[in-house]
Design a protein around this ligand. Structure first.
Ligand SMILES: Cc1ncc(COP(=O)(O)O)c(C=O)c1O
Length: 361
């Protein structure tokens, strides 16, 4: 290829998603597989969302409302903030890309906790910026370590709260102190993809700084607790001046019409959200106890997934679980060669994982 592709693009390592069930079944000839690898909602989609989507299909010949009026209004009422402080995205991934487009230029530095969600590095590199990795401390984001790395070229900092893949959270008072110590021209992106699952009351929320800290942008998604990962819808909450810039670079119809009605209905489906949280919290507590009985260490998490030290090469355990029709994530590529990450499933899926694990170990 003769195209003058910049080296910073050629240097991007592709994002590797969790293995799809269909792929596993094709490759291994197994059936009835379960996927506990992508932190999805095991209950399925919100029933209210499904009903709203069904009713909206008759209008699929029309373009979506490019401004996402209804969903934005609904979110504005939900959070008691102005619609001008909300930007909708084709998943929260889309917002990561928009933020990088408006702020980053080649040579800028982006501070990324490590390990964390891999897309932070990819969006920084896509803009020619340099991801600067700050190792976690005891599996948690090291705010002091991040502050130490802030320099004249720092433009953006990612805080994943709770952090994927460790499930740890940043506390409110430490986060407040962190923001106060930062220069005002550095954007802090707080990714709260798993926030609904948090049980620790000390956990910081980026949204609470709206109005007082204009350099904080918070991302939320309908992919996890609301069960709509396949629909692709998320949103950002941020200072209106920043939101207005994102609206300029956003693709005009980035959130499709079914996603708009589905997310609006899901936000009203309080019963489904409650049930989702119950399933995850009960599943976590059950799995922690069961793993402990087996002498395996698991790491307490505030999200719908957690890390397990399998005391042997994680890639091997991952591979052998596949033969039992169970998909998890090996954490080798994240720097934890003996850890797997497990997303909480339905009670029968959690049990199936344990049975498979017993056979594998
Ligand atoms: C921390 C984190 N942020 C964002 C996302 C992407 O979410 P969405 O489906 O809204 O693009 C994920 C998905 O796994 C995630 O783990």
């Amino acid at each position: 290829m003769k195209l003058p592709i910049p080296d910073y693009i050629k240097g991007i390592a592709p994002y590797v998603p969790g293995k799809p069930i269909e792929e596993l079944e094709r490759e291994y000839g197994v059936s009835n597989s379960i996927k506990l690898a992508s932190n999805e909602n095991p209950l399925g989609p919100s029933p209210k969302a499904l009903a709203a989507i069904g009713a909206a299909t008759a209008k699929l010949h029309r373009y979506p409302d490019g401004a996402g009026y209804e969903l934005t209004q609904r979110l504005s009422n939900y959070w008691k903030i102005s619609p001008s402080q909300i930007v909708l995205g084709n998943g929260s991934d889309d917002l990561l890309g928009m933020l990088a487009r408006i702020l980053l230029q080649p040579g800028d530095e982006v501070l990324v906790p490590d390990p964390s969600f891999l897309m932070y590095t990819i969006v920084a590199q896509s803009a020619g910026a340099i991801p600067v990795k700050i190792p976690l401390k005891d599996l948690a984001i090291d705010l002091e370590g991040i502050l130490d790395k802030v320099g004249p070229h720092t433009r953006m900092i990612f805080i994943c709260n709770p952090n994927n893949p460790t499930g740890t959270v940043v506390g409110r008072s430490e986060f407040e102190a962190f923001l106060s110590a930062l220069p005002q021209d550095v954007l802090v992106v707080v990714d709260e993809a798993y926030y609904e699952f948090v049980r620790d009351s000390r956990c910081a929320s980026g949204i609470s700084f709206l109005g007082s800290k204009p350099m904080v942008a918070t991302l939320r998604t309908f992919s996890k607790a609301y069960g709509l990962a396949g629909l692709r819808v998320g949103y950002g909450v941020m200072d209106a001046a920043l939101a207005e810039l994102l609206q300029r670079v956003r693709m005009p119809f980035n959130v499709n019409s079914l996603a708009q009605v589905g997310a609006t209905a899901a936000l009203d489906d309080e019963a489904f959200l409650k049930k989702s949280l119950e399933v995850v919290h009960q599943g976590l507590d059950f799995l922690y106890a069961q793993l402990k009985k087996r002498g395996l260490r698991s790491y307490a998490s505030q999200a719908n997934f957690f890390l397990i030290d399998v005391q042997r090469p994680a890639d091997e355990v991952f591979e052998r679980l596949l033969h039992h029709g169970v998909i998890v994530r090996s954490m080798r590529a994240y720097g934890y060669p003996r850890f797997i990450r497990l997303s909480v499933g339905l009670p029968e899926e959690n049990q199936r994982f344990l049975t498979a694990l017993d056979q594998v170990l």
